[in-house]
Design a protein around this ligand. Structure first.
Ligand code: ZN
Ligand code: ZN
Length: 164
């Protein structure tokens, strides 16, 4: 089974649970250094998300709606060119409000590989050729939840965006 994990997340995305398929994958973020706690960053519009590793400081881009997902990667939707890029740290738990690094969970949905090949005809809106394997980059939604190591609560949908 192949999951809709976009290329830019493949080194960091660890699938979690039994419900994953070509159409939907749940996972957790893990840095190359092995650490699973981060300071997430989100822009005000909820269209860009990143995370900075607590241990080694590596910054990982999680989502840029202007580049990733069907609208950004294939359709090159005009409104996405002008994303506000000022990023705000999520440096406290939304539940207990303690200042702490957080675990990052993601859910990505897709219409699947066949659908991508048929609808894109393997060319993006600007005329650039796409590979069949690019279907993972044309996902249809992205959700980010954060889990707090202090109170154990998960705050859902810190980012929740339709990308198709
Ligand atoms: Zn790290
Ligand atoms: Zn908490």
């Amino acid at each position: 089974m192949i999951y809709p994990i976009p290329d830019h997340l493949k080194p960091y995305f660890v699938p979690v649970g039994e419900e994953n398929s070509e159409l939907r994958v749940n996972g957790a973020l893990r840095c190359g250094c092995g650490c699973a706690l981060f300071v997430p960053y989100v822009n005000e519009a909820g269209t860009i998300a990143a995370a900075k590793c607590r241990d080694c400081g590596t910054k990982i881009l999680l989502l840029h709606a202007g580049r990733h997902g069907w609208d950004g990667f294939v359709a090159k939707a005009d409104y996405l060119y002008d994303l506000p890029t000022k990023m705000h740290p999520v440096d406290a738990c939304p539940c207990c409000e303690k200042r702490t690094p957080l675990a990052v969970k993601m859910t990505i949905t897709s219409y699947g590989k066949e659908d991508f090949i048929r609808d894109s005809e393997l060319t993006d809106e600007s005329g650039k050729k796409l590979r069949e394997d690019d279907w993972v980059n044309a996902f249809s939604s992205f959700r980010m939840d954060v889990a707090c190591p202090e109170c154990g609560q998960t705050s859902e949908s810190v980012v929740d965006i339709e990308t198709a």
